[in-house]
Design a protein around this ligand. Structure first.
Ligand code: VG1
Ligand code: CO
Length: 543
């Protein structure tokens, strides 16, 4: 084997964020940049000779080039086999499914998730361990430390491998196996949901529209909704993955999925709408002219899990990220199961799922999933909803409103201020942190601040501690405001303000969230001095 050891300088900026390393494509295209990070991964995980790796990405610009580089590095670093998605493409949940199904040593996923793609867009890379989930902080920290001192990397000199046809090729003694991950994933979904019931629903006068946003879920949606569930072809849109996602922002929310939103709020709207993001792990759920808040979606899935085949035995427990609303807590209480509160990012759910302490997890950021894989899973959530709809035969809006009647409504919204100057954004957070003691006891109309804290989390399984995971301002009536700096952006800083008010009064369940939260929004701006410090007076995105 023609292994070359290439000398290179270390980079100081390869600190993984909430979900791996994300940078502009141009940063990844610098000589040795990708290679340094990949070698840092291999050096940190101590690859057993002959191990199998899973490899794939969301198909964005630079995916193919990166896959070829990583294959040649895997061969030089002692891997015996690599499972690659056809054309180098794997959705994030499908990658997790492949790692688990074929028991590979781990996997490398190339994605910047919901961030725009293309030459001027973003690229990303992350390592998942053999449980199929994102590497825990202990490993990501080790990779980062390594990346700062690394001096060379190993790669073989060989021609590119063909990746478009299913089958096996040899790369200097290492097997490259191109797999049909769509089939593996569809099979897993069929084992969890009642496809016959959903088929019946889809052959009635019920109409759905799924938007893949020109991203990775297109082929999966075609196989599942059209080929296996028999939905008419107009049930899916934007299902051919493009390297630049058609110039769009593949983030399934009311702002960026506007094409679908116009359809669902328009004339002749379908009964059900859904969208997924760049790498297929997020989901947005809509009914005819109705938006389901992701936190409510998680609660509703938990409350109805038992009626779905794969969860008929009941769920062990639930977990939500700290900024996610407490709607699922109410359900956990009534089911008498544990409910965990973790920091933002899917990696914190893995240990709990591995220990069978939780079955369902979710984040307010359009992420929902279960222990069937170790990533959040967009199409899984869509199928869960379809399965519930197939059984209940009520509208999405009816289902949500009946849920609120039973459990109360956690009125919720997130306001994002994107691309802020770094110093101003840090200033806002510092200002709040320094003012905690003055804030406690302060009243603003009917709201009084009870406590403030900087969220830190101790993993109950491995004892690891994660600090500074968001600032919480808690009010005496259970309402709260959370401030957090994003860890996935690639330009400037993003402040997220999460607003939540519990509303037991059923007469107020029809209120628009922005109206119901108007006072809270003003309090958030006042105590953070956000306008004065950043010069911004309106959020970039409201969800
Ligand atoms: C955001 C979300 C977070 C999510 C992360 C990765 O992180 O808020 O909930 O886990 O994106 O999502 P941040 O640090 O920007 O707030 V994605 O779909 O990678 O996969
Ligand atoms: Co994603």
């Amino acid at each position: 084997m023609n292994v070359q050891t290439i000398t290179s300088q270390a980079f100081s900026d390869q600190k993984p964020g909430t979900s791996g390393l994300r940078k502009k494509v141009a940063v990844f295209q610098q000589p040795h940049y990708l290679e340094n990070f990949v070698q840092s991964i291999f050096d940190s995980i101590r690859v057993p000779q002959g191990a199998t790796l899973t490899l794939g990405g969301d198909g964005r610009y630079y995916n193919r080039e990166a896959i070829q580089t990583i294959l040649k590095m895997a061969a030089a670093n002692g891997f015996g086999r690599v499972l690659v998605g056809q054309a180098g493409i794997l959705s994030t949940p499908a990658a997790s499914c492949v790692i688990r199904k074929y028991k590979t040593f781990g996997g490398i996923i190339l994605s910047a998730s919901h961030n725009p793609g293309g030459v001027d867009g973003d690229f990303g890379i992350k390592y998942n361990t053999e449980n199929g989930g994102p590497a825990p902080e202990k490993i990501t920290e080790a990779i980062f430390e390594k990346s700062k001192t690394i001096q060379n990397y190993k790669i073989i000199d060989a021609p590119d491998v063909a990746l478009d046809v299913i089958g096996e090729t040899d790369l200097a003694g290492m097997k490259v196996q191109v797999i049909d991950a769509v089939a593996d994933y569809a099979e897993l979904m069929e084992s969890l949901f009642d496809f016959n019931a959903i088929k019946d629903l889809l052959s009635s006068d019920f109409r759905m529209k799924f938007d893949a946003m020109h991203a990775v879920t297109g082929p999966y949606a075609q196989e599942i909704f059209i080929n296996r569930l028999g939905a008419p072809s107009e049930s899916i849109m934007n299902c051919i993955p493009l390297p630049d996602f058609g110039g769009g922002h593949p983030d399934p929310n009311l702002t960026y999925a506007h094409e679908l939103v116009e359809i669902i709020y328009g004339e002749h709207a379908p009964d059900f709408g859904a969208a997924s993001d760049g790498d297929g792990d997020r989901n947005m759920i809509l009914g005819k002219g109705f938006f389901v808040t992701p936190s409510d979606s998680l609660a509703l899935i938990a409350a109805n899990a038992k009626m779905v085949k794969g969860y008929a035995k009941g769920i062990a427990g639930v977990a939500r990220s700290m900024p996610t609303s407490g709607a699922v807590d109410m359900v956990a209480k009534s089911l008498d199961i544990p409910c965990f509160e973790t920091p933002t990012g899917w990696k914190f759910f893995g240990n709990l799922m591995d220990a069978d302490q939780v079955t369902l997890c979710g984040e307010e950021s359009f992420g929902t999933g279960s222990s069937h894989v170790r990533e959040k899973d967009g199409l899984w959530a869509v199928l869960f909803w379809l399965n519930i709809l197939a059984i209940k035969r009520q509208s999405v809006e009816q289902i949500v409103k009946r849920h609120w009647l039973q459990f109360g409504r956690n009125v919720y919204s997130r306001h994002d201020y994107e691309d802020l100057p770094l110093e101003a954004a840090n200033g806002v957070v510092e200002h709040l942190r320094n003012n905690f003691s003055e804030l406690v006891g302060k009243s603003f109309g009917r709201y009084t601040i009870q406590t403030c804290d900087d969220f830190s989390y101790t993993d109950s399984i491995d004892g690891s501690v994660s600090t500074k995971q968001g600032l919480r301002v808690l009010f005496t009536d259970g309402s709260r405001i959370v401030f957090r700096l994003s860890g996935t952006g690639t330009s400037g800083a993003t402040i997220r303000i999460y607003l939540e008010a519990f509303e037991p009064d059923t007469n107020k369940h029809d209120l628009d969230a922005q109206i119901a939260l108007a006072e809270m929004i003003q309090i958030a701006l006042q105590i953070s001095e956000l306008k004065q410090r950043t010069g911004r007076d309106t959020p970039t995105v409201i969800t």
